[in-house]
Ligand binder design. Structure first.
Ligand SMILES: Nc1ncnc2c1ncn2[C@@H]1O[C@H](COP(=O)(O)OP(=O)(O)OP(=O)(O)O)[C@@H](O)[C@H]1O
Length: 240
C-alpha cells in the first residue's frame, strides 16, 4: 500500500492553558475519503486546525506527502497542497464571490475550465458571481467556502462540517459536490456530524474521544455495527 497522504503521530496541542489534543495518531490514505467522527468537544476541529497550521502542535509529528510539516506556517502548508474548508467557512463577506474565488487561487489566476466545472457543481456561484459574499444564503456561503478550496487541485482537502446547519435540499447539493470531488480521486479528511452524510461519502473513519483517536477502520464496518457506534460515540446513529 502506498504511503498515506497525511499521518499524525502522537500529536499534542494546547489552546491557552488547556491541553486539548493529548496524542492524536491517525492516517489519511491517498485518493480516499476519511471521516473524523466523535462527540462534541472531543477535539475534531482542533485536529483540523493543527494539521493546517492555524494551531501549533507542541509534541508529535505531522507528515504530509512525505515531509514533516509541524514547523511550517499555514501559508506554506497551503502552498504545499492542503486546501482547508473551516467550520466558520472563512469567506470574505465584503468581497464579491468572484473576488473570494480569485483570492483562493494560490498559484495565479483561476483556471477557466475549472471555474466552469465549479459552476456546474454549484450553480448559485455563477448567478451571484458579482454579488458580495455577505449577501449569500447560508447554503450558498457554504458552497462558496467549498468551491474556494476546490478552485485548484489540492493534494489533500480538509473539510470541517460542510453540512452544519444546512437545509436537507442543500445538504444533498453538498453531498453531490463532494461525491464529484471524490470521483476525481481527491484525498479528503472531513469532520461530519450527520451520520448519513458520513456514510454516503466516507471510505474510512477515525473516531476521536477526549483528545485522542480511539478507533479507526472501514466506514462500512462502523455504519453496520450499532453496538460499535454506541461504544465509540455514545449513541447508535441510524444509518438511514
Ligand atoms: N479558544 C478556545 N479556548 C478554550 N478552549 C477551547 C477553545 N477552542 C476549543 N476549545 C476546547 O477544546 C475542546 C475541543 O474543541 P473542538 O472544537 O476541537 O472539538 P470538536 O470535536 O470539533 O467539537 P464540535 O463537534 O462541537 O465542533 C473543547 O473542549 C473546547 O471547549
Amino acid at each position: 500500500m502506498s504511503e498515506p497522504i497525511l499521518s499524525l503521530e502522537a500529536v499534542e496541542t494546547d489552546i491557552a492553558q488547556y491541553h486539548i489534543l493529548k496524542g492524536v495518531s491517525l492516517s489519511v490514505p491517498r485518493g480516499q475519503v476519511t471521516m473524523l467522527l466523535g462527540r462534541n468537544g472531543v477535539g475534531k476541529t482542533t485536529t483540523m486546525r493543527t494539521i493546517m497550521g492555524l494551531l501549533r502542535n507542541k509534541a508529535g509529528q505531522i507528515r504530509f506527502d512525505g515531509a514533516e510539516i509541524s514547523g511550517e506556517l499555514a501559508s506554506s502548508r497551503c502552498r504545499a497542497g492542503i486546501g482547508f474548508v473551516p467550520e466558520d467557512m472563512g469567506i470574505f463577506s465584503a468581497l464579491t464571490v468572484e473576488e473570494n474565488m480569485i483570492l483562493a487561487a494560490v498559484s495565479g489566476a483561476p483556471d477557466r475550465a475549472r471555474l466552469d466545472w465549479l459552476f456546474t457543481v454549484f450553480p448559485p456561484l455563477k448567478t451571484f458571481w458579482k454579488a458580495p459574499a455577505g449577501t449569500l444564503s447560508g447554503g450558498q456561503k457554504q458552497m462558496l467556502s467549498i468551491a474556494r478550496a476546490m478552485i485548484e487541485d489540492r493534494k489533500l482537502y480538509l473539510i470541517d462540517e460542510p453540512t452544519k446547519g444546512l437545509a436537507p435540499a442543500i445538504v444533498s447539493t453538498m453531498v453531490g459536490a463532494l461525491r464529484e470531488l471524490k470521483r476525481q480521486g481527491a484525498s479528503i479528511l472531513m469532520v461530519e456530524q450527520n451520520f448519513a452524510v458520513a456514510r454516503a461519502l466516507g471510505d474510512h473513519c477515525v473516531v476521536m474521544d477526549d483528545g485522542r483517536a480511539t478507533w479507526s477502520g472501514a466506514m462500512a464496518d462502523l455504519a453496520t455495527d450499532h453496538a460499535l457506534q454506541e461504544r465509540l460515540m455514545g449513541l447508535s446513529m441510524e444509518a438511514g
